[in-house]
Design a binder for this molecule. Structure first.
Ligand SMILES: [Fe+2]
Length: 332
């Protein structure tokens, strides 16, 4: 072991997902979706939609623009010292990091932030101090579970899973929670789940076995938010159906984190997984395992149709000729 390795600080437990920035031309639909279907606290301020889940002034921010995708993910870092280490690691790997401007910080609801382009071209941002709000939350859900484990997780499909995983492992010291193999439309998917803290996973990375293909248009396949009660989840499910949003997978339970959830298509195309009661990882006794299939029951594709299948197949084939961006070559 080299001296550098010996003195390496472990940042596990120091990072959590803090906000998501989305760019969309469908702000009115997002307002209805996030407020009336999901049940978040949502306010429209000019050309920006601001979603709250808790005392943070901003958790989901949707700006008007043509991307129709996630524009950035923000990670809250425990303290300034840990942030410095992250910035140093990025610099050592040759990743360009920009300090955010005051206007950008205000948009995100943080005091200051730093930004780099992460794997698959997804901007990844880091901050220490969120702006809090004591305005009462006006929302249909009784609450969301955020706190020290962050606001949920994202799942990303990748043609370069080693580089994607390496980014989280080498910059934030993410740990592997477990793996799932899942058969889907005749393909085998390998999904690896990474945790940044006690939340079972903050990032899941899925790839096709053998020839790597990416059938998903958006940078993330889904973003998960965790509601406080089972009733919050079932009521959100009913509201999504009543308001005509597409349920991509009905209520079910995952094999690995045991979360009960459903998946609904957002106005920008990526899915929202609305979940309840995932297990937390006990670092002392945790053993990574390989699970067969993502669900013990349910999660049936309710509104997938032939059009979806064909579009995804066409994207998968087109993805073969494009190179997926990666900020550095990982050691793993
Ligand atoms: Fe998920």
């Amino acid at each position: 072991m080299t001296k550098a390795n010996k003195t390496r600080t472990d940042l596990f437990g120091k990072a959590r997902m803090g906000y998501a920035l989305v760019e969309s031309l469908k702000l009115e639909d997002w307002l209805r979706f996030a407020r009336d279907a999901l049940g978040m606290d949502v306010q429209m301020q000019g050309d920006t939609l601001i979603g709250r889940l808790d005392q943070h002034a901003r958790r989901l921010v949707i700006s008007r623009g043509p991307l129709e995708d996630v524009a950035a993910l923000g990670y809250e870092i425990e303290d300034q010292a840990s942030l410095e280490i992250i910035l140093q690691r990025l610099q050592q790997k040759g990743v360009e990091v920009e300090a955010g401007e005051a206007r950008g910080a205000a948009l995100r609801g943080v005091e200051q932030y730093w930004r780099c382009i992460g794997p698959k071209g997804l901007p990844i941002e880091f901050y220490v101090t969120p702006i809090l709000s004591d305005a009462p939350l006006s929302m249909l859900a009784s609450g969301y579970v955020t706190d020290s484990a962050g606001m949920g997780h994202v799942a990303i499909t990748s043609r370069r899973p080693e580089a994607m995983l390496g980014f989280w492992q080498e910059i934030l010291d993410a740990r592997v929670s477990d793996d799932i193999e899942q058969r889907m439309s005749g393909l085998m998917l390998d999904i690896r789940f990474l945790r940044l803290n006690e939340r079972h996973h903050s990032v899941a990375v899925a790839c096709t076995r053998g020839r790597r293909m990416d059938p998903i248009r958006t940078r993330i396949q889904h973003m998960n938010i965790q509601c406080a009660t089972l009733e919050d989840m079932t009521a959100a499910y009913q509201r999504c159906r009543q308001l005509g949003y597409r349920i991509m997978m009905g209520v079910g339970q995952h094999t690995n984190d045991r979360e009960l959830s459903f998946y609904v298509e957002s106005p920008s195309g990526f899915e929202i997984e609305y979940g309840w009661a995932p297990i937390a990882v006990d670092e002392e006794n945790w053993q990574p395992t390989l699970h067969q299939g993502i669900s013990t029951w349910g999660h049936k594709p309710l509104e997938h149709n032939l059009g979806d299948e064909l579009r995804q197949a066409a994207r998968a084939i087109r993805s073969l000729i494009r190179r997926e961006y990666t900020p550095f070559d990982p050691k793993h």
